[in-house]
Design a protein around this ligand. Sequence first.
Ligand code: GTP
Ligand code: MG
Length: 462
Amino acid sequence: MSPQTTHQHYRDVNSASSSPTSQRLRQLTKQHFVAELSQCLFDFVIQLLPTQEELAVKEDVRKLLERLIRTIEPDSRLLSFGSTANGFSLRNSDMDLCCLIDSEERLAASDLVTMLGDLLERETKFHVKPLPHARIPIVKLSLDPSPGLPLGIACDIGFENRLALENTRLLMCYAMIDPTRVRTMVLFLKVWSKRRKINSPYKGTLSSYGYVLLVIYFLVHVKNPPVLPNLQQMPPLRPIPKEETHMGGHNTWFFDDIDLLRQRWHSENSETVAELLIDFFRYFSRDFVYNGGVASIRAGLLKKESKGWQNEVSASRYDARERNRLCIEDPFETDYNVARCVTKDGLYTIRGEFMRASRVLATRPERAILALADLCDERKDEDLVTAPLFYAPSRQVPPQTPYSVGSRYMNQDPHYRVNKYLFARRRNIWLQNEVSGLVRHLLKHLPQTIHYMRVNWGWGWS
Ligand code: GTP
Ligand code: MG
């Protein structure tokens, strides 16, 4: 081929790749992938729903426990909350139970937990672990697997946690507005986060409740047009006195007449569940401002400063201020960060997983089921990924939604783009923090340090 024909050849290839025909082809491939992925997502979550048998066993367990609790508190009711009650339950989900006592004279929650723990230990075959001094005192129960219950049962019983009952009802209402899209997305994300080992507040990642709130936040406030209305901001049908809308100082009102809502409100958004999921991963890997923003399903994107939830971006490792790396406002307890347990490494791991999911979906393999299998491939490593020392994503909160899918590539993400100047500045800040953290640490532990020096190195007075 002469140089001239080679040139011509490349020009032809280039113009062909951006020609209307090839664009149309790409579009068609994308549409095909998205349609197939939606179908795969439905099929996948349906087989993970609890069976009727499992639900019946759980209801029997609830009734048995209620009967036993009534021997201590005759005026009590034991109610389900969490996934068993909000429509986001998977096969073998744990049971969250709340005991309400309809009498003025009742014992403190911590005493009730201790008494109930003793009773259940005596009267049942459950493994019982009372936690009377937890922030919310609970009794933890578990039952080993048996032929009738191949996966056993795990159950938490708390007392008077009326806010949890209300937030369960709120999530259930959101699930009922658009069950196909909302439930499929939430259930898939729950399975995905469990398989990728980022669903454990005890280890520094996010609870299922936190992921559900992220999905609702995305569907109410990020997507434009929204997939869901904001139930907490819709006007009530009649004026309601404050006593009826507030619980323990928290405004728990929301529009809960879902049949009426369905008649009066329709989403203009017709995206498929697969399109929403792809966008969800993209938004939380790239666009959400982790450093400055708070995701609130009640009020949209808020600033950390407005809630006093700033965290030290380059806090030293001696510093215990790990809270508020990721901020998700509780819908009713608005001064409470649902993601307070997420550590620096936890957030780095979670965000890494959002990016991985985005990448997997962007490759659009020939069969959508392969993408699904890859997404949910179990992460072998139980540990969190250690965040690099100078990791500090951008601080600014961008203007509020609408969110449009931009054309930035992942490798241009500010998360990764640290220019020389910023790098040096962050290193200096880090060094200062590290030194002052070390000094604080040494001062705090001075008596032990002196003792250690005296014992091991023979320093000090003889
Ligand atoms: P699985 O147990 O994984 O099936 O998910 P789940 O939907 O039951 O969520 P999770 O166990 O994380 O939480 C159960 C319920 O407890 C939620 O629906 C809330 O009502 C309540 N809850 C959990 N975490 C918090 C929290 O941090 N703050 C408040 N206020 N309530 C919480
Ligand atoms: Mg639960």
